[in-house]
Design a binder for this molecule. Structure first.
Ligand code: ZN
Length: 302
């Protein structure tokens, strides 16, 4: 196992692991072919440059999202026409969800490579945590919120809107976002604990030496950091969805949708927002905001 990051071994290991997980995702119907490429790009960068704990968080995001999208799949089918894309994730979605985290992981690698002080490395890690907490929170909120009995309300005006509408939130969805973010924080704490045990018993430090504090206080801080940044990031996602995101109308069956070409085959027309700001761009922007919040919070508390 590599003890310094980034190294040829860690990058090769990252490529091997992410190719394996990507192909498994393809076989299980969670990824398209271009989605496998996306999983390999983000997985190699995150594991190769970020190391064991960031790699673990990426796997936690991917596995939990895939399982939740399968959960009550029949009930969800009727909403699928509203969403821009189907349940298989493509390259755009993989980069929207993991791209910012991958860039931050490369930053973590650089912080280690150039031997920046421990504090700078912790802030990079916090930013990474915030990015993955946000995309996880947002996916959990989408997958579970759509099952709510209550109709969603627009985050901006509070007006009741049909289920599946961009920018609509429910209590269940917001609670799910909080849980998704907390889940990533918890996994980070468990990963750091596992890393501390590996260092003690096997002499392997997961490629890093700066995150060695496996105390309960530190674990709790990571949990709160994940929950807070995940919730905030996913609310920002809804805010963009309700305002700036490009939303279209299909004249043929009179429905609002995120699709430029509706799933019925008809072209749609833009009714609000910017056409370039599609669902992928919104997810990416939310990840950036979540990471900034987490880094800022870590700056004051850690
Ligand atoms: Zn249509």
């Amino acid at each position: 196992m590599p003890t310094q990051l980034p190294s040829y071994e860690s990058i090769a290991l990252g490529l091997g692991l992410s190719a394996g997980i990507g192909l498994l995702g393809y076989w299980r119907g969670a990824l398209t072919r271009s989605g496998v490429l996306g999983a390999m790009l983000t997985g190699t960068a995150i594991f190769g440059f970020g190391g064991f704990v960031p790699g673990l968080l990426l796997v936690a995001f991917f596995v939990s999202s895939t399982l939740l999208s399968r959960f009550k799949g029949r009930v969800k089918e009727k909403f699928s026409e509203k969403f821009q894309k189907g349940s298989r994730r493509d390259l755009g979605q993989a980069l929207a969800n993991g791209g910012w985290a991958a860039l931050l992981a490369i930053g973590m690698g650089a912080a280690h490579w150039f031997a920046w002080d421990t504090r700078a490395q912790i802030l990079w890690f916090a930013a990474f945590l915030g990015a993955l907490a946000t995309v996880t929170a947002d996916t959990w909120a989408t997958e579970l919120g759509v099952l709510s009995d209550a109709l969603p309300r627009l985050i901006t005006t509070g007006r009741v809107v049909p289920a599946g509408t961009s920018g609509g939130i429910t209590r269940l969805g917001v609670f799910s976002a909080l849980c998704g973010g907390a889940f990533i924080g918890l996994m980070a704490a468990l990963g750091i604990l596992a890393q501390a045990l590996a260092l003690q018993n096997l002499g392997w430090n997961g490629g890093w030496n700066f995150i060695s504090d496996a105390s309960a206080t530190y674990a709790f801080t990571l949990l709160m950091l994940g929950a807070g940044s995940g919730l905030l990031g996913s609310l920002f996602d809804s805010l963009l969805g309700a305002t700036a995101q490009g939303i279209y109308f299909c004249e043929y069956d009179e429905t609002q949708t995120e699709q430029k070409i509706h799933s019925c085959g008809q072209p749609t027309r833009l009714v609000r927002g910017w056409s370039w700001l599609d669902n992928d761009a919104v997810n990416f922007s939310a990840a950036v905001l979540g990471s900034l919040f987490a880094a800022l919070a870590a700056f004051f508390i850690l």
